[in-house]
Design a protein around this ligand. Structure first.
Ligand code: AMP
Ligand code: ZN
Length: 482
């Protein structure tokens, strides 16, 4: 199979081929994902979007693409201004603070850093330039210091949302303070208001509207036509519809080839959101549940199905992660204690079983990156490894190599087992070396019947979250799931 993705533009699953691949035979993907507005900590609904697109990106890398992944920070908008006023600080200080907090939480959740993470306020020139092109092409107008996109001049409006102009018009109103000609028109540039940050522009001082930053920054870093643009389903309308209108009105080229949207994380059946007040910040969730379990939870459903957040769901996810980590820890320990020639072990059969799982794993992700099915395959792999470990006193070196490789391959993409003690060698991990040496010292203390010392070592390791288990083959250790 090859990768297929559900494209919201065509409402179909389509085979994914990158533009550079078609045009220059280069395996390179341009991928833009709408990032957070940095006025507060992000919540675990937002985290769902960040985690699922992190996995899509990792999978594209895994199948051989160089992925140019751009995720913006919205660091100027009404919410930013409002919160800065509330906190008696500047918009710039607020943004700086919450960009740093975003990075901490994203890293804790195993979300890889984007290739570029542009901020709107650092791209005012590009934004003005994009608006100017839209004006030159007669799809925008100035109204008393504001600039609006003229939706009636853009017949394609509604391509993504799949609604025609009349239907959209019926639901739209002009709000107080807006100076637009038509209710569907949307703001590209807002004239300066007292106490708000403002920049010079050909239309007077002011600041960008929300939608324009993504069109401008996407073109700057990824070119006029990009392969993938993603976000949550709430962004389809108006944000992404407006992005298409702006970008295409500016360049005359198709803006995005694949539009991909994740469904909501729900809580008590409702969308988790800041405005409804029913949210749990990622920070609070990380303090309460293992970060790997949060990640596992988000990936245990297909990204286009809603998922309901419940504490039980998170606990189940934690036990799933533990099962996988235990399998990995057992494998690592057995590699040290059970390795040797074993003519009774049918290596060829094992190889072909793993090959089948390898294919199933890729088929699952190729099918519109079905992470839920991929996790299912990962469990089958763990079950097979556990069975082999249980049924054999000794296992050949190849068994360990194959098993560790397939777990590492799956986890490079999903990131639900965690790169820790088992992955590194003593030489490149001083902590691991220290733990191993304390375990050795404890074994010697026990031999010498110095139980005070051996208990002391066990307790001090436990306090650091390192759990020991004595087995006939020696002492096994693992890090507690945090
Ligand atoms: P925001 O900071 O609100 O623009 O959101 C950042 C990302 O999270 C966007 O892609 C949103 O569509 C997405 N998002 C917001 N709320 C939820 C939710 N409850 N479930 C899933 N994704 C969400
Ligand atoms: Zn955006």
């Amino acid at each position: 199979m090859s990768l297929t993705l559900y494209n919201d533009l065509t409402r179909k699953k389509e085979k994914f081929v990158a533009l550079k691949e078609l045009e220059e035979n280069k395996k390179e993907v341009s991928f833009y994902s709408c990032g957070p507005t940095v006025y507060d900590y992000f919540h675990i609904g937002n985290a769902r979007a960040f985690i699922v697109f992190d996995v899509l990106r990792r999978y594209l890398e895994h199948i051989g693409y160089k992925v140019n992944f751009v995720q913006n920070f919205t660091d100027i908008d009404d919410k930013m201004i409002h919160r800065a006023h509330q906190e008696h600080t500047t918009v710039a200080e607020l943004a700086e603070r919450f960009i740093a907090e975003y990075k901490k939480d994203a890293q804790a959740l195993g979300v890889h850093e984007p290739t570029v993470a542009p901020r709107a306020t650092e791209h005012i020139a590009e934004i003005i330039n994009t608006i100017q092109k839209i004006m030159d092409n007669k799809h925008a107008y100035v109204s008393d210091g504001d600039v609006y996109f003229d939706v009636k001049s853009w017949p394609k409006y509604g391509v993504l949302f799949k609604q025609n102009l009349e239907d959209l018009e019926a639901g739209a109103r002009i709000e107080i303070g807006e100076k637009k000609r038509d209710p569907l028109d949307f703001v590209l540039w807002k004239g300066e208001k007292p106490g708000e940050p403002a920049w010079d522009s050909p239309w007077g001082r002011g600041r960008p509207g929300w939608h324009i930053e993504c069109s401008a920054m996407s073109s700057k870093y990824l070119g006029e036509t990009i392969d993938i643009h993603s976000g949550g389903v709430d962004l389809i309308f108006p944000h992404h519809e407006n992005e298409i209108a702006q970008a295409e009105a500016a360049t005359g080229k198709p803006f995005v080839r694949f539009w991909i949207h994740n469904e909501f994380l729900l809580i008590d059946g409702e969308k988790m959101s800041k405005s409804l007040g029913n949210f749990l910040t990622a920070r609070a969730a990380i303090n309460k549940y293992p970060a790997l379990a949060i990640r596992f939870f988000m990936l245990s459903a297909h990204y286009r199905s809603p998922i309901n957040f419940t504490p039980e769901g998170l606990e189940q996810a934690a036990s799933g992660v533990s099962r996988l980590r235990n399998c990995k820890a057992d494998l690592d320990f057995a590699a040290k204690t059970k390795q040797g020639a074993n003519n009774n072990f049918d290596l060829e059969k094992y190889k072909s079983e793993l090959e089948k799982f390898n294919k199933d794993f890729h088929d699952a992700l190729d099918d519109d990156f079905n992470t839920a099915a991929a996790i299912g395959v990962l469990f089958e792999i763990a079950r097979l490894i556990n069975t082999c470990l249980k049924e054999n006193e000794i296992l050949p070196k190849e068994f360990f190599e194959l098993s560790l490789n397939i777990l590492a391959m799956c986890d490079d993409i999903l990131g639900v087992i965690g790169q820790d003690e088992a992955e590194s060698s003593e030489a490149d991990d001083p902590e691991r070396a220290e733990i191993e040496s304390l375990i050795k010292e404890r074994a010697e203390a026990r031999k010498a019947k110095n139980f005070a010392r051996s208990d002391e070592i066990r307790d001090s390791l436990k306090a650091r979250g390192i759990i020991l288990e004595d087995t006939p083959q020696g002492t096994k250790w693992k890090k507690e799931l945090k």
